[in-house]
Ligand binder design. Sequence first.
Ligand code: 5MM
Length: 341
Amino acid sequence: MSERIEDIAVKMVAGGKGLLAADESTATIKKRFDTISLVSTEESRRDYREMLFRSDDAMRKYISGVILYEETLFQKAANGTPFVDIIKAADSIPGIKVDVGAKPLAGFPGETVTEGLDGLADRLAKYYEAGARFAKWRGVIAVSDTLPTFGAIKANAHALARYAALCQQAKIVPIVEPEVLMDGEPGTQSLDRSEEVTRWTLQVVFQELAEARINLEGMILKPSMVIDGKKVRKASVEQVAERTVKVLKETVPSAVPGIAFLSGGQSTEEATAHLSAINSGHDLPWHVTFSYGRALQDSALKAWGGKPENVAAGQRAFTHRAEMNYLAAKGNWTKDREQAA
Ligand code: 5MM
C-alpha cells in the first residue's frame, strides 16, 4: 500500500467504501453494552470487536478503514492474532481515535473543548509503529438558542488544526470531526438553525486549518449532516440532503478528497437514506461516504447480544448495514434494497 497520506486519504473514501467507527471509549462502550445487559470487560470488548472485524465480506467489500480506541489498536483476537493484522488482511486500514474527550470549556458555560494535544506527537509515533495510518479527533459544538459561542467554535477548531498538523507530520491522515449536536431543546434547533451553525463551524474550522498549513489533500472531513434537532424532527430526506450539500459546497475546499459523515442523532435507516440522497443527483467535488458508529453497529450489537452462539447473526446484521451504506455512498440505496436484503 502506498504510504503517501494523499493516497491513503483517497483509499479511505473512494468507491463507495466507508469507515467503521469502532472507537468507543471505555465509558461509551459500557453504555452500549448496558443496552444488551452485558458487562464491559477487556474480554467482552475484545469478543464484540472480533465479531465485527472478522465479518470478512463486510470488511472486504464495504469497509475501507476502522477507527479504533487505543486499547483495541494493541489488542489481540482470542487466537492471539493482533486486530490490526485482521483488519489489514481484509485490505482495510487501521486508524486510531487520539483525542481524550470533550471537557468543560472554562469561561463558557454549557460548552466544551476537546483535549488531547499534550504528548500527542509521541503518541502518534507509537500508533504509527503499531500500524495506524489515520487518526480521528472530534470537537463537539452544542446548539441552543444562545449557543454556540464564537469562543467555543474557535477553541475547538484551533485544537482540530493543531491535531491535524501533528498527524500529517507523523504521516498519519487526520480525520477532522467537528460534530454539531442535534439535541437542542424542542423549538431551538430548526433546520435553518442547524444550517447556520454548521456553516459557521466549518468556516472557522477551514480558516484554522489554513492557518496551521494543513495539506488539504491529506485529510478527511467528518461532519454532521444539516438536520433539525432530533427531539422534533420534521425535515424530509430531500431537505436534509439539499441543505447539507449547500453548506458543504460553501465551506469545504474541493482539494479535500473526502467527506465521511458521522451518524449520531439519526436512526440507522435515516443515516443511510440521507447519505444516499446526498450522493444522488448532486455534482460533488469530493467522495462522500460514511464513518458511522451507531448506524453501523446498533443492529449488530443487538443481534449478537453478547452470546457466542449469536456471532454469525451479529455479523449478518453488520454486513447488511455496511452494504446498505455502501449503496448509499454510491447514491444507489432505496428502501426496496433494504427490504429485499
Ligand atoms: C464510536 O463513537 C465515537 C467515540 O465516542 P466517545 O469518544 O464519546 O466514546 C465517536 O466519536 C464516533 O466516532 C463518531 O461520533 C461517529 O459515531 P456515530 O455514532 O456518531 O456515527
